[in-house]
Design a binder for this molecule. Structure first.
Ligand SMILES: O=C(O)CC[C@@H](O)C(=O)O
Length: 313
């Protein structure tokens, strides 16, 4: 029997509340209090369930005297000061198994739209313009796709793309991850071979601006770029330069460097952002790759199952 007190800081699928109450957790929902207000009461809770509304930084975590776990509904944990949480013995739980399929479908969808000019051609026809040669597409079949990161998202993406007849290679810091969908290679080999580059890594100090000017120059082929990871994994200025120069043939961006958080508006007074929003070579979506009706429910179920497995006898 659990009598742990849990604070829910973001709206999620109702099954989280239903199932945790059924397991005798004591719950409090607070979707509006500010960072300071939550800091002032966090010492009363054994667990927190979050998406990304409130940053769980050192100051916050040091006030959370009773906290035993932080559960992230989603994959990315860049909002949490992980070294401090680990030092304080707070368990970190995330749930990428819940939205990996949505992310993978989003990657394939964006690539098909970009490479076959589907959105532009449709808009043209609706405006009475019938252009065929200008809208000639590029097949995914036979392309070498390089993934950076081969966790839940990378693997789900490789599974789909291998079904499209792509050769999928990936680079990951963990060894021996090759499987029936993709082959692990060094970063050098990936840069030599990839014709499409897709990111599936968390945002950490090491992966901040991983893709910058020198990285892009090292890529042997002109390539399509896909980012469903985090905007700050790529230096946007370098992406824009490479798009203008034709080195990046097109970009599918579900995340932007200029997002303040997943839920706030964009800073629009930025020349690079303006280019991305205006360019025909760029597709942009508002951080919705892992955001389907199905993933909402699956994320909730995964997080509940993990909490129950750890804290209910
Ligand atoms: O919670 C969100 O808003 C997005 C989640 C997604 O980017 C993830 O990290 O799983």
């Amino acid at each position: 029997m659990s009598s742990m007190r849990i604070l829910l800081l973001d709206k999620n699928h109702p099954l989280i509340t239903e199932q945790l109450l059924a397991n005798n957790f004591i719950l409090e929902e607070d979707f509006t209090s500010s960072y300071d207000e939550v800091c002032n009461k966090i010492e009363n809770y054994d667990g927190i369930i979050i998406r990304s509304r409130i940053p769980l930084d050192k100051n916050f975590l040091e006030k959370a005297k009773k906290l035993k776990f932080i559960a992230r509904v989603g994959a990315g944990m860049e909002n949490i000061d992980i070294p401090v949480a680990e030092k304080l013995g707070i368990q970190l739980i995330n749930s990428p198994e819940g939205n990996r399929d949505s992310v993978a479908e989003h990657v394939v969808g964006m690539l098909l739209i970009l490479m076959n000019r589907l959105f532009i051609a449709s808009q043209e026809v609706k405006n009475g313009i019938w252009l065929r040669e200008e809208n000639r597409g590029d097949e995914l079949l036979g392309k070498t796709v390089g993934l950076i990161g081969y966790g839940n998202m990378g693997k789900a993406t490789a599974k789909r793309l291998s079904g499209f007849g792509c050769k999928v290679i990936f680079h990951d810091i963990s060894p021996d991850l090759s499987d029936e969908y993709a082959t692990q290679v060094s970063l050098h080999e990936l840069k030599e071979q990839a014709e499409v580059l897709s990111l599936h890594i968390p945002l950490t100090e090491e992966s901040y601006y991983l893709i910058d000017g020198p990285f892009i120059s090292d890529m042997k082929n002109d390539f399509y770029f896909v980012n469903t990871a985090r905007g700050k994994n790529i230096e946007t200025k370098s992406l824009v330069e490479a798009l203008k120069a034709g080195k990046v043939k097109g970009a599918c961006l579900d995340v932007l460097e200029y997002e303040k958080s997943s839920f706030e508006n964009l800073e629009v007074e930025n020349e690079d952002l303006k280019y991305l929003l205006e360019s025909e070579k760029v597709i942009v979506t508002p951080h919705i790759a892992g955001w389907t009706h199905q993933s909402k429910e699956k994320l909730a179920q995964v997080i509940v199952d993990k909490i129950v497995a750890k804290f209910v006898d």
